[in-house]
Design a protein around this ligand. Sequence first.
Ligand code: UDP
Length: 239
Amino acid sequence: MKIETREKLYEGKAKIVYETDRPGVIVQYFKDDATAFNALKKGTIVGKGVVNNRMSAALFERLGRAGIPTHYLETLSDREMLCHRLDIIKIETIVRNIVAGSLAKRTGLEEGTSITQPIVELYYKSDPLGDPMLNEDHVRMLKLASPTEVAWVKRTALKINAILKPYLLKRRLLLVDFKLEFGRRGKKLYLGDEISPDTCRLWDSASKEKLDKDRFRRDLGGVEEAYQEVYRRLVTADV
Ligand code: UDP
C-alpha cells in the first residue's frame, strides 16, 4: 500500500518526522546535517542520512528478531523509514562498554579503558539545559517516567547492548557507547529514534580507529569515509 506523507511533525538536527495517512504511523527522513556540542558546531556529512537510515533499519530488525519492541516498521527509501508514532520519554539513555567522551572527563579515566560491567546513564533530553545527567530520583521528581518504566528502560538498554555488541564485533566494530531513546505507544514502551554512527561510538576492533561522529566533533578528518566504512561492514555478508 502506498504511503502518503502529510504534515511535518518535527524537524530536528539530523531528522525530519512526517505524519502519514496511516494513523499512528510516521516517516523518519534522515538528513546529512550534523551538529555537535549542543548545536554550537554545524556541518554536513555527505551520505550520512543514507548510512544512518540503513544502519538503523538493520539494527532495529536484528533487535526486533531478538524480542526487543522497536518503532521500526519498514524501509521506504535510502533516507526514509516508516515507524510507529511514539510519545517520546524525555530521557536519553546511554550504555557504555569502554570509557570515552564525557565519562573520561567526569572520572579522569583514560579514553579506551574497558568497563567490566556495562554502565547505564540517564540524561534529561533538554536542549536549553544542555542534556544534564539525571538519577532516578530526579526522573521521579520531574515526572519524566515512572519507576517501573525506568527499570524497564535500564533492563532493555542492557539487553540491547548484549545483542548489538557481538553483532557489531563480528563486523570488526567495537561498540564503545551509545544513546537510546524510548517512547510510549498505548500501554507499551518501544525503542525509538535511531542507532547510527551519530548516536554510537564505534571503533575498529583491531586498530581502535574512530569510525563515528567523533571524527566530526573532534575535526579528525575522514568523516564521510568513516560513515561509509561502517555501512560497508554492516551490509557486507562475508564477515
Ligand atoms: N550521544 C548522543 N546524543 C547526545 C549525547 C550523546 O547520541 O546528545 C551519544 C554519543 O554519540 C556517544 C554516547 O552517546 O556514543 C555517549 O556520549 P557522551 O556522554 O560521552 O557525550 P559526548 O562526549 O558526546 O559529549
